[in-house]
Write a protein that binds this ligand. Structure first.
Ligand code: NAD
Ligand code: TDX
Length: 330
């Protein structure tokens, strides 16, 4: 099988490529990635079954040629960071909306199967005491330029399935953690701050809840959907990993040998979503998928060890990332 992975030099995409090469000997991978600030060729395995093409998903000619010669497209490429979207929304509209449109048109032209990767943030947020979780029937209600452009891309995929008979599936996953995540994101930012002797930074009171899942569990679910998912369906992916941000920071500090209160509160993110929570029962019941990283603390411990052991991978990004945050006052 030939798989085209867009955004394969980013966090989740690179882990997907690594897992695919390790677990599916019959599959060759082509990565299409623009290598933006978030992409890193060094995240990819060196393997003759992996080819990296540097290019933009909104470039119709490049996309057409690659889609024409593949069996399935797994579409990860996106601008992915909420804080950046609040500072400058345009790249989010360009990549997440126009880029997805370009991928859809190429898949339509060549009759190629698409799996579209999306996020639980399309559903907006939940109250802390709401017993409900997001399901595939939850109405879309995105809050930020990031989540609204991801919601837009999902709606385009749904329309291409209905109107043009495109063979596509969608997954909406909760917050991922694990190796190769950019140091702008919450968990790697705090781990690398602590390594650098800087106190972790908690937005607002730190009561916001995220539903953490290990990136390998996400990617295993993606393969389950490609292998057995029903065309046109939306699958939610989550591992019942709800934790508030304050507890995450305290756990990281304790794991790294510091007092759990050795962090600072900084100004809150505008429009900050309060809580995300996924009901993944369709994905579990229909596809038999189960997460394997059940214990968040041990997954965090392994992630901390990875950042300690792989400083050359993240060091080059750290200074510029913290300069951006300084300008945002966070
Ligand atoms: P990331 O920012 O780490 O990686 C994105 C990758 O896409 C980078 O390699 C970047 O170079 C590439 N890219 C950006 N614009 C491009 C363009 N125009 N053309 C080609 N390549 C381009 O993001 P991530 O965290 O790995 O997220 C991957 C996908 O998963 C996104 O679609 C995101 O919405 C979704 N998602 C992420 C999470 C999470 O917790 N990180 C959770 C659910 C869903
Ligand atoms: O320094 C920080 N301090 C802090 O308290 C940072 C960077 C974040 N936070 C908070 C904000 C969020 O409540 O931590 C939480 C997680 O923040 P991010 O890592 O920026 O993730 P989030 O905004 O929840 O979005 C992530 O999950 C869903 C990904 O970035 C998205 O791509 C994905 O769709």
């Amino acid at each position: 099988m030939k798989v085209l992975v867009t955004g394969g030099a980013g966090f989740i995409g690179a882990n997907f490529v690594r897992r695919t090469i390790a677990t599916r000997p019959d599959t060759d991978v082509t990565v299409l990635d623009a290598l933006t600030y978030a992409g890193n060729a060094a995240s990819l395995p060196s393997d003759e079954r992996v080819t990296l093409v540097k290019g933009d998903i909104a470039d119709a000619d490049t996309v057409d040629e690659l889609v024409r010669t593949t069996d399935v497209v797994v579409h990860f490429a996106a601008e992915s960071h909420n804080d950046n979207s609040l500072h400058d929304p345009w790249p989010f509209v360009q990549t997440n909306v126009i880029g997805t449109y370009t991928i859809l048109e190429a898949c339509r032209r060549h009759g190629v199967r698409l799996h579209h990767i999306s996020t639980d943030e399309v559903y907006g947020d939940l109250e802390l005491d709401d017993p409900a979780k997001f399901t595939p029937a939850t109405p879309y209600n995105p809050s930020s330029p990031y989540s609204s452009t991801k919601a837009s891309s999902d709606l385009l995929v749904r329309a291409w399935v209905r109107s043009f008979g495109l063979e596509a599936t969608i997954s909406n996953c909760s917050n991922n953690y694990g190796p190769f995540q950019h140091v702008e994101k919450f968990i790697p930012r705090q781990i690398t701050n602590i390594i650098d002797g800087v106190r972790p930074k908690l937005y607002g009171a730190g009561l916001n809840v995220r539903d953490w899942i290990h990136v390998d569990d996400h990617n295993d679910a993606v393969w389950s959907i490609i292998d057995g998912g029903r065309i046109g369906e939306t699958y939610l992916i989550g591992a019942d990993g709800e934790v508030d941000n304050k507890t995450v920071v305290e756990t990281i500090l304790a794991e790294m040998g510091f007092e759990p209160d050795a962090y600072d509160h900084v100004s809150d993110r505008p429009g900050h979503d309060l809580r995300y929570a996924i009901d993944a029962s369709r994905t579990r019941d229909e596809l038999g998928w189960e997460p394997t990283y059940i214990d968040f603390a041990s997954g965090l411990r392994a992630t901390i060890a990875w950042y300690r052991d792989n400083e050359p991978w993240w060091r080059a990004q750290k200074h510029a990332t913290e300069l951006k945050y300084e300008q945002l006052g966070r």
